[in-house]
Write a protein that binds this ligand. Sequence first.
Ligand code: UFG
Length: 333
Amino acid sequence: MTVLVTGGAGYIGSHVVRLLRQRGDDVVVVDDLSSGVADNIGDTPLVQLDLSRPEAIDALVTLIGEYEVESVIHIAAKKQVGESAQRPAWYYTENVGGMANLLQAMESAEVNKLMFSSSAATYGNPDVPPGSRMSEDVPSAPISPYGETKLVCEWMMRDAAAAWGLRGVGLRYFNVAGAGWPELGDPTKFNLIPIAIGALAEGKQPVIFGNDYPTADGTCIRDYIHVLDLADAHLAALDYLDREDRDYDVFNVGTGTGSSVSEVLTKIGRTTGYDVQPVIGDRRAGDPADLVADVSRIRDALGWTATRDLAAMVDSAWQAWEPTHGAPAVPPS
Ligand code: UFG
């Protein structure tokens, strides 16, 4: 049995590929290498392909036959919220177009198990009481083109389940962080932990985007999930799809525990040895005050729970810093 992993050479995908291979699954990766790195997947077969191109359907059908693919983990996507607001049509082309081609290829090749990387961005800025956990039953109301494309992809899976028997799981990632292996760290600086470590490594101070939110310390609360726990959830989702009576469902992937921006920065200071004195900046548009997952559904249905805490995420992100970003310019004494 071979698992096709799209986006398998990227930050999250490469962790999924490594765990699948460790447990003995055969894997083939499709990646356009726009952000993925071929070295991340060692000797795993790699097919370089942009899923949103019209020719992707035929190419996928061919490789599904060639590798005897039985299930698909679809991670490949564009994922920057700000960029999606500037280039919405491109996000729809890449994310929704890629999913449309993949589903057409799966239907025609009669592969019916699909795990999809969705996002907590599908919730938008929910009108729920402070401190509540976000359940999958809260109506989706994305506030960015990125979140919209993820929600549309969920609908496409639901519709394919009804139309031709797709068995699908959407995993709604919360705030992914850390590294399972130092060489597989997040190479970008798009999210709080890498942004903050990156600033410190350049001798600057991190900026807190607003400290006047209705939270205990005034800074935004998020549910940070270790990338290795997240990767493990993908394997659990794949196993869940083995049963013939599955159709389509969506699960949050988080820890169920929130951490504030201030708490994250304090942890970074302790781990790295840098003297962290954050600068208080303005609020960033569109940030919800508090977004923490209700993780009961994934625990009950998949038997999966996160096992790693914020300290493990910050520690592993720091261990991965030099291998993925180069030596810090101003190392701590
Ligand atoms: N933040 C700062 N300073 C920074 C960077 C971030 O204070 O320099 C704050 C943000 O305002 C937010 C928190 O840190 O309160 C986390 O911000 P991130 O940009 O790391 O993450 P987001 O919660 O905005 O978004 C992340 C992913 C999205 C995904 C979303 C789902 O980046 O792809 O989680 O909840 F859609």
